[in-house]
Design a binder for this molecule. Structure first.
Ligand code: XMP
Length: 517
């Protein structure tokens, strides 16, 4: 259980697409929440003593062979349960209701009529409300003790409950944004049905994490690979508060960072910075550039950068000698995702946090493994980390190496760094950065003819990318104001030597990816 929280909601994952989102919504209510597979044992559930349980949706039908089921015992433990979509059908099925397959699926935004205005789940929710449906099976008959509390034109039981046993179910997905009053419903379940008080607060988390780290590490030594990204920075500061100079941060500058980024990281964590840690900056750009010379294949570039990073880090670790603890900036979405089935490898991600097992250490500490990204940022703020570090956009481990299409050279790094800095500066200045998930400049390996000052040029084209996304698994290209794009273009062609054309990427993900390689 989360160190700083006394109460928790357990999300049991039946294979739904939105399981993380459910946990997010619960945490937004300041209630601690964990996601576990539906196979979690009754014994573990008893031990966790959750204040409530939420069953997620899932791809199965309750009648399929090998479908994900739960025991009647779980439903009769007296712990409040909310079943969502498949979870609602499962609740009906296990308790003796009837689930049927509809001739056509109900999919998308759907108007739901709430028939039981006294239902706690629908307290302060409109009588007619737009919800997100995505199902083929439906509850045709509720189990004994239940009654339908909402319906749609196609679905007689859009929600049902047995308030006496604190069992609630919705056929729609309250966790997705398209369910307009979904947040209120989750809030109602968590506070009115489960009786939570909302004790999951970041300041309490930070204080207790520092305390726990102190206890765990004692007078041992810890090593942290610092990338300057949000996660590793927050992890490092948390550790510095706990153990000070027993922590060594190694920052490998591979020469593929954003403009001035290396110096910014050093300013915060180095000897002139505000933290009491040992800080080693390794300037290794020549090594990386040499390894990347002549290499154009994206996967090969990723592998080379990843491996070289590990090599440099390992050399430093050897110099430092035996360390007891290796600090990793793993966050909760990584934990949830690594527990699920394997999906196709689109790109081999090099995460600076992911280090080799041959570094000589006793144990890994992952102080952020329970936090979502925005909670990590909040913890960072609590710890007094400067905004420009805390609010940083995600930046890939291989850095500009995968934003330079084709061969990487020092000259190309300079071009993309300068263009990217101008782009980010203008976007922030214009206010257009709000709502963007990620935006950056990349360098195509296309050169084309231009004319500048009466002379012919044959220079590179910069491509600008800006996407809206909440999960980085899918994204849509953002519509930036034309005057901002024009201002950026003007500045880039005037100020960045070697560029005579600026393009804008209008592609979403899929079919493209966010990065270029
Ligand atoms: P793609 O390009 O796959 O990117 O759509 C999705 C998100 O992941 C980031 N990304 C990486 N992050 N190591 C990382 O730590 C990597 O190797 C890596 N490659 C992509 C990318 O910036 C985007 O946020």
């Amino acid at each position: 259980m989360g160190e700083a929280a006394k109460e928790m909601i357990l999300v049991l994952d039946f294979g739904g697409q939105y399981n993380q989102l459910i946990a997010r919504r619960v945490r937004e209510c300041s209630v601690y929440c964990e996601v576990h597979p539906y196979t979690l044992s009754m014994e573990s559930i008893r031990e966790m003593a959750p204040k409530g349980i939420i069953f997620t949706g899932g791809p199965n039908s309750v009648y399929e062979e090998n479908s994900a089921l739960c025991s009647r015992e779980l439903l009769e433990m007296g712990i409040p349960i909310l079943g969502i979509c498949y979870g609602s059908q499962l609740m009906a099925h296990v308790l003796g209701g009837e689930v049927k397959t509809a001739p056509v699926s109900e999919y998308g935004r759907t108007e739901v009529s709430v028939s039981d205005r006294d239902s706690l789940l629908f307290r302060e929710v409109s009588g007619r409300t737009i919800c997100w449906m995505s199902h083929t099976d439906y509850i045709a008959d509720v189990p004994k003790g239940f009654h339908a509390t909402a319906a749609t034109t196609a679905c007689p039981v859009a929600a049902m409950e047995d308030a006496g046993r604190k069992l609630y179910a919705t056929q729609f997905h309250p966790e997705v944004m398209h369910t307009e009053e979904g947040k209120q419903m989750i809030h109602n379940f968590v506070f009115l049905v489960c009786g939570c008080s909302g004790d999951w607060k970041m300041d309490a988390f930070v204080a207790s994490a520092v305390e726990q780290l102190r206890k765990k590490i004692g007078d041992g030594k810890a090593l942290c690979a610092l990338s300057g990204g949000v996660d590793s920075s927050v992890a490092a500061v948390l550790l510095s508060k706990a153990i000070g100079k027993q922590l060594t941060c190694v920052f490998v500058d591979h020469g593929l960072l954003r403009k001035d980024e290396g110096d910014q990281v050093e300013a915060v964590f180095g000897t002139k910075g505000s933290y009491d840690v040992k800080f080693i900056r390794v300037n290794a750009k020549e090594r990386f550039y040499a390894k990347l010379q002549g290499v154009t294949d994206p996967e090969q570039k990723r592998k080379i950068i990843g491996e070289e990073f590990i090599r440099v880090f390992e050399e430093q670790a050897k110099k430092i000698g035996k360390v007891d603890f290796l600090v990793q900036g793993t966050i909760y979405p990584d934990v949830i995702e690594s527990g699920l089935g394997k999906s196709a490898v689109i790109k081999s991600h090099h995460n600076v946090g992911g280090l080799p097992d041959f570094v000589d250490f006793k144990e890994i500490v992952e102080p952020l493994r329970l936090l979502f990204k925005d909670e990590v940022r909040e913890a960072g703020r609590q710890l007094g980390i400067p905004d420009y570090l805390v609010d940083r956009q995600p930046f890939p481990g291989p850095g500009l190496g995968i934003r330079i299409i084709g061969e990487v050279t020092e000259e190309k790094v300079r071009i993309v760094q300068e263009a990217d800095a101008i782009y980010r500066e203008e976007v922030v200045k214009s206010g257009a950065s709000k709502g963007l998930g990620q935006y950056f400049a990349a360098l195509t390996n296309m050169r084309s003819v231009g004319v500048m000052g009466d002379g012919r040029t044959y220079d590179y084209a910069i491509v600008l990318r800006a996407v809206k996304t909440s999960d980085f698994m899918t994204a849509e290209s953002a519509e930036l104001p034309w005057d901002v794009l024009q201002a950026v273009t003007r500045r880039i062609v005037n100020e960045v030597k070697g560029v005579n054309r600026v393009l804008y990427d209008c592609t979403g993900k899929p079919p493209a990816t966010i990065e270029f390689e």
